[in-house]
Write a protein that binds this ligand. Structure first.
Ligand code: HEC
Length: 166
């Protein structure tokens, strides 16, 4: 009985030593565990592949033109995840989201009452002439007249706001 207890204690001690070894060597060498890698930047090829997964006509949108049109929005909107609200709300994740549902932004009553879900078709009409499409909106943007520019911008926004094709 006694011998068994001693043997058991010895076994536990051996295990404890074995277990503590890797930790000891890690701490004595001053290494800290590797930090989780930051979300990788998407390459242009990645973005083109994401774009190609969307329904027409967005799958062939011109991302460079879309980006240059987004310059018209940038004074009021950020699109990166967790980006700040400015004059307008951060737009990350806007596709598939109910209108006026960014809880940290104070919308007009008009947009609060609009009650649609943002998809390419709503965006297209909104961007053509927001103040005509939704009288009372406080997005004071004249509009983007050319249909092709809106398509390119919407394709760009889909990619940059993290929209996943259904
Ligand atoms: C002068 C500032 C300004 C500019 C420029 C502007 N916006 Fe806005 N945007 C706003 C404001 C303010 C709102 C909130 C409107 C409201 O509450 O009626 C808004 C709302 C929106 C919404 C609805 C968001 C939601 O959460 O429902 C979208 C989408 C949008 N803008 C896209 C764009 C795009 C794309 C452009 C560029 C073509 C653009 N905006 C240009 C100020 C701006």
């Amino acid at each position: 009985m006694r011998l068994a207890q001693i043997l058991a204690a010895a076994a536990i001690a051996t295990l404890a030593t074995a277990c503590s070894k890797p930790q000891d060597s890690a701490s004595s060498s001053g290494e800290t565990p590797a930090a989780a890698p930051a979300a990788p930047e998407l390459s242009d090829a990645d973005k083109q592949a994401i774009l190609a997964s969307y329904p027409a006509p967005y799958n062939t949108a011109d991302l460079a033109n879309g980006k240059s049109k987004f310059a018209l929005c940038q004074s009021c909107h950020t699109i990166a995840p967790g980006g700040a609200n400015m004059t307008g709300p951060n737009l990350h994740g806007v596709f598939g989201r109910k209108s006026a549902s960014n809880a940290t932004f104070k919308y007009s009553d008009a947009l609060k009452n609009a009650g649609w879900t943002w998809d390419a078709s709503h965006l297209d009409q909104w961007l053509e002439k927001p103040m005509t499409y939704l009288p009372g909106t406080k997005m004071s943007f004249a509009g983007l007249k050319e249909a092709k520019d809106r398509t390119d911008l919407i394709g760009y926004l889909m990619v940059e706001t993290g929209h996943k094709a259904q």
